[in-house]
Design a protein around this ligand. Structure first.
Ligand SMILES: [Zn+2]
Length: 85
């Protein structure tokens, strides 16, 4: 089964959320607060341990209504209980 391919998160710049590529967010805004573009839960950007060195989103708090957490996703999207607005 294919994993969702997520290459973006959202970061808050000057009080507004905007989408940003993971690579750019990781390189330029390492300390900015980041959130999931789908459930708006807070996320971190982690470096994949594989040879490709890919970046991936990790939710700070697990949530079962986000397709970006396929291990827990229940099939229906719902907002994160601790969404960052
Ligand atoms: Zn999410």
């Amino acid at each position: 089964m294919a994993m969702p391919d997520v290459n973006e998160c959202e970061i808050q710049i000057g009080g507004a959320w905007r989408p940003i590529g993971l690579a750019e967010a990781h390189a330029r805004y390492p300390s900015a607060i980041k959130r999931c573009p789908i459930c708006h839960g807070r996320v971190s950007i982690n470096v994949n341990g594989t040879a490709q060195g890919g970046l991936f989103l990790q939710h700070r708090k697990a949530h079962d209504g986000c397709p970006l957490m396929p291990a827990r996703f229940v099939g229906e999207i719902s907002p994160h209980p601790q969404a960052v607005e």
